[in-house]
Design a protein around this ligand. Sequence first.
Ligand SMILES: [Fe+2]
Length: 121
Amino acid sequence: MNDWKMPSVGIESMDDEHEKCEEALDALICKPSVATLTHCMSILVEHFQHEESLMKTSDFGRPNEGEFSPFANHVKDHERILDIGFKELGKLSQQGSNEQAFLSATCSDVTDQGACATGQA
Ligand SMILES: [Fe+2]
């Protein structure tokens, strides 16, 4: 279990979704598999869509100011994260039985797998 927690953004629906993202990422890092990666991507896609929609309707991040607005940069961050995840899923579809080793190697770039295995993370 990783000890990460996003601070509240002051909107209950976003805080709830951030908690689901944290849980999905935690499950992926501690038990990497096609199932946990697929679930994580599903949660992230749904959350990013909600968040971008809410940012637009509330004019957060100055979405009307074009491609260099904070909103546009945040959308680019979302796209970059989703691109990483979907590329990994694509590689897994070609790797077959090496799934566990591949995902463990990928996740070790993000966190300490040994700590996950011993429950110290
Ligand atoms: Fe978010």
